[in-house]
Design a protein. Structure first.
Length: 306
């Protein structure tokens, strides 16, 4: 399958600072590719270079067979962009905004079709100023789709959505890929990336620290299972509970989490310790490591700040 995007040794510097530090990746046609990372990791700079909105310092970038830095109108005609904040004219109606932003494209989806895709049909004649934050984000998504692009950049597409609306928007994204569209996604919702992305990269301090499918990243984690529970109030050191564990334990207050490569043995130890003392381990749960667990392990405190 041909690549929609090819990036090799991409560098972007600002003075002595390297915002993007020699990264390479490719995006295949028809896939959802997520670029993850905390604030300041270089993901926004990378995406802006791919869109043709920022020049690179060094490296090779090919998007839809063109250098985005010199792609011109024919290049822009094939991409759609959902910005994190678009600055919509708040006096226009939803329909008027979509018509206005769609007018430069050589091929356009019908406005009513686009509004139906983003579940804004009932608000077609409402002024932007009257919309909720989540509804404005749906209009932002409509603007990214109205030109019927081959490649769509979605920047934090479901910020402000309630959980039900977020999941419905995921179905919209899946429908787009079923039509052969390619999507580059940035998001702070790790569940969203895990649900939608065929492949992803994780950036930290301008470099790629992980790349692959969500399943591959989970499989690469040193610890494959998570055990969580609330530590009982006991008049004895908890070293006897924690030191024999094969996994690593940490927590806040009494809420503990153990990431372990030996869940059966560690769970038997924990429950045996509690049974010997006639105690309950409140909130005891065993689950697979999520993409979010892997991500936080890769970026550490940087991810908590982002």
């Amino acid at each position: 399958m041909p690549s929609a995007i090819e990036v090799r040794d991409l560098v972007k510097t600002y003075g002595d600072a390297r915002a993007v530090d020699g990264i390479s990746f490719s995006v295949e046609e028809g896939e959802v590719f997520a670029i993850l990372g905390p604030n300041g990791a270089g993901k926004s700079t990378t995406v802006e270079i791919l869109e043709g909105h920022r020049t690179r310092t060094d490296g090779h970038v090919d998007v839809l067979g063109r250098d985005p830095a010199s792609g011109g109108r024919s290049f822009r005609d094939r991409i759609g962009i959902m910005l994190q904040t678009s600055g919509l004219d708040r006096e226009l109606t939803v329909r008027e905004v979509v018509e206005l932003y769609g007018s430069p494209y050589s091929k356009r989806r019908p406005v009513d079709e686009v509004l139906a895709l983003v579940e804004m049909t009932e608000k077609a004649d409402a002024r932007v100023a009257t919309l909720s934050g989540g509804q404005e984000r749906r209009v932002d998504l409509a603007l990214g789709l109205v030109g019927d692009p081959d490649l769509i950049f979605l920047d934090e597409p479901t910020t402000g959505f309630d959980p039900a609306a977020r999941r419905r928007s995921w179905e919209t994204v899946r429908n787009l890929t079923s039509l052969g569209r390619t999507i580059v996604l940035t998001t702070h919702y790790l569940e969203e990336a895990e649900e939608l992305a065929d492949r992803l990269v994780v950036l930290s301090q301008g470099r790629i620290v992980a790349e692959g499918t969500p399943a591959e990243l989970r499989a690469q984690a040193d610890t494959g299972t998570k055990i969580t529970f609330r530590l009982p109030l006991v008049d004895e050191p908890v070293a006897g509970l924690l030191e024999p564990l094969a996994g690593e334990a940490w927590g806040k207050g009494r809420d503990l989490e153990v990431l372990t490569p030996a869940p059966t043995a560690d769970l038997a130890h924990l429950t045996g310790w509690a049974l010997e003392r006639g105690l309950e381990l409140e909130g005891l749960a065993v689950s697979s490591v999520t993409l979010e667990d892997v991500y936080l392990g890769l970026v550490g405190d940087e991810g908590e700040r982002g």
